[in-house]
Design a protein around this ligand. Structure first.
Ligand code: CAA
Length: 384
């Protein structure tokens, strides 16, 4: 077993960390306060390849393997979770789904624009009445000449308010259950498509989260993604990628909690000594370090399995479950270490805490991850 990263991986990690320190960390609090999407940062990420990290060079991306891509996402998560969320949905759920299931024509048409950051991708499965039970979706697509007519609504769509491409799942034959779901590529200027930004989120404030409404929205036949009836499998396999991305981002976020806490605990003095010299503070920091290291290895293992082409659903769920819970605990401890200062946005840990709360919910809650891991372990399915 080789625990060393390659020279290229070390260099890419350094490049993303430098970018985060220089272009994200100094300004992101203001974007968070204003709940403003950071287009200016995205514009700088495109030329560095960070909007198309896992996309092959032939389509304008960096052509990174999963492990190196996970390192990129980890470092973005270290800098900011809103931005990391935008990028990991864009790449893990958007670009990789088009790469894997799209026609050559769709790849040529969309991947270069996505990889450059000219347009951002979204992925919409969840609906007002459908979350964990994704196959119960109510949005329908009916054949219409050479295309389809879409009716229904989607909710909690990351990047929904700003995306230039949406992957949308709909029922095309309800009687077939999960085999009656189909995936479509929707361009936001399509007549019959409306979107509205959702406000009032606890965290992830500088990312976009929107609601979609489809009202007799005509989708051309060439915008079918994969085959009719393959939509649920596309969604589930794409979510394996998405969950790995979240897990990697959570490792970065937990590391940011450690770094902020170590700095504060070394500087802040009480009883005439740095608070970091107290055993109870050290205990909290050590718990954070130990759990973050363990989460990092789970993420790298899942990425390694993906790179080998081996099955990875269970490992992606384990990584997502563990890393998201670790990030949540790390952010909680970071606030505790910062005391009252941690409770205000003078220090970043307050934002880390709000942002971390989403990680155990989106792209499959911790409870869903446990049931996925459970059925792989016991061979008994909680969902039937
Ligand atoms: N990869 C490939 N295929 C898969 C798969 C995977 N990871 N998981 C399941 N499938 C296949 C199964 O093999 C099965 O195929 P067959 O019928 O040929 O055997 C088919 O898909 C149906 O699978 P299940 O029986 O597991 O379906 P289910 O209805 O029991 O699913 C579930 C259960 C795992 C809970 C699933 O519904 C789930 O993951 N729910 C959570 C949904 C979720 O994560 N939502 C967040 C979406 S993110 C979003 O919308 C917003 C955003 O901005 C990103």
């Amino acid at each position: 077993m080789d625990f060393d990263l390659s020279e290229e991986q070390v260099m890419i990690r350094r490049m993303v960390r430098d970018f985060g320190e220089r272009e994200i960390v100094p300004v992101i609090r203001e974007y968070d306060r204003a709940a403003r999407f950071p287009w200016e940062i995205i514009a700088k990420m495109g030329p560095l390849g960070l909007m198309g990290a896992p996309v092959p060079e032939a389509y304008g991306g960096m052509g990174l393997d999963y492990l190196t891509y996970a390192i990129v996402v980890e470092e973005l998560g270290w800098a900011d979770t809103s931005l990391r969320t935008t990028v990991s949905v864009h790449s893990s759920l958007g670009e990789l789904s088009i790469l894997r299931y799209g026609t050559e024509e769709q790849r040529q048409k969309y991947l270069p624009r996505l990889a450059s950051g000219e347009i951002i991708a979204s992925f919409s499965l969840t609906e007002p009445n459908v979350g964990s039970d994704a196959s119960g979706m109510q949005t329908i697509a009916e054949p219409d000449g050479d295309g389809w007519i879409l009716n229904g609504s989607k909710m909690w769509v990351t990047s929904g308010g700003i995306c230039g491409l949406a992957i949308v799942f709909a029922q095309t034959n309800r009687s077939l259950g999960t085999k009656g779901i189909t995936a479509f590529i929707v361009e936001p200027d399509t007549p019959g498509f409306r979107r509205e930004e959702m406000h009032g989120k606890l965290g992830l404030r500088s990312s976009s989260t929107a609601e979609f409404v489809f009202d007799d929205c005509h989708i051309p036949g060439e915008n079918l993604l994969g085959k009719v009836g393959d939509g649920f499998k596309i969604a589930m396999a794409s979510l394996d990628n998405g969950r790995l991305g979240i897990a990697a981002g959570c490792v970065g976020l937990a590391q940011a909690c450690i770094d902020a806490s170590v700095k504060y605990a070394r500087e802040r003095k009480q009883f005439d000594r740095p608070i970091g010299s107290f055993q109870l503070i050290q205990d909290m920091i050590v718990q954070m370090v130990m759990e973050t290291e363990a989460a990092r290895f789970l993420v790298y293992r899942a990425a390694h399995l993906k790179d080998k082409g081996a099955r990875n659903t269970r490992e992606c769920s384990i990584a997502k479950l563990y890393a998201s819970e670790v990030a949540k605990r790390a952010a909680d401890r970071a606030i505790q270490i910062h005391g009252s200062y941690g409770y205000s946005d003078e220090y970043p840990v307050e934002r880390f805490y709000r942002d971390a709360r989403a990680d155990t919910i989106y792209e499959g809650s911790s409870e869903i991850q446990k049931l996925i891991i459970g059925r792989h372990t016991l061979g008994l399915d909680a969902f039937v």
